[in-house]
Design a protein around this ligand. Sequence first.
Ligand code: HPA
Length: 263
Amino acid sequence: MNEVIASRAPGFRPKVAVVLGSGLGGFADDVKAIATIPYGELADFPVTGVSSHAGQLVLGHVGPTPVAVLQGRAHYYERGRADEMKGAIRAMAGLGCETLLQTNAAGSLRLDMPPGSPMVISDHINFTGVNPLFGEAAGSERFVDMVDAYDPKLVEQMLSVARANNIICHDGVYIWFCGPSFETPAEIRAARTLGADAVGMSTVPETILARQAGLKVVAVSLMTNFAAGLTHDKLGHEQTLAVAREASGKVRHLLRAFLEGYG
Ligand code: HPA
């Protein structure tokens, strides 16, 4: 599929691959685009089933930085496959990307991190019991080191860009639940005990795949709600989208400033 990309953007070599999560697809408008390619034209790219995800690859620049923006991801809960993003992540590594920058919508486990708050992920907990590298052949690089999976320098850089732009940005641990049902209050209490700050249904498999492919990872969660049981608010995907859209300007600003000053 890299031939399709090469023919649409000859000689283009992105440095950063960006995955846009629920309600955050608008960032693609901040890219000075060279080419936009629907996932359907790219072999091994996912079919995105969540209506808020456009399902296209946007190649271009943010400031001086060449980027490949994946507008939309597929989730484990869509087909029960943890490796939905394998082809796309490997394609990004094959194009020469050195970093994967991810965004997602998440539930907050911290009362000091209300809906609308961004959080840079410092580490994750895979609570699902599945892994995108299940079935990888013996002899392949499957025993991936997950220490510093979220690149400490890039995490620090993201926090420092936030400070410089007067954006209040937290850092913390993201826990992956498989969804698509939301968590129970008991599960959220368990997650808090385990050390999680935010909960979501994505990002972790992409991080594992990216680390296997040698990409550095940095990720920003946007809190769209307090997690189950923290308040009496009703949880729902529409609420996730509405808050994500409303607060997405802050994350867009943060990503733009981060990429403008990237390496
Ligand atoms: N739980 C899981 N995923 C989510 C949530 C949540 O509370 N909010 C947004 N994505």
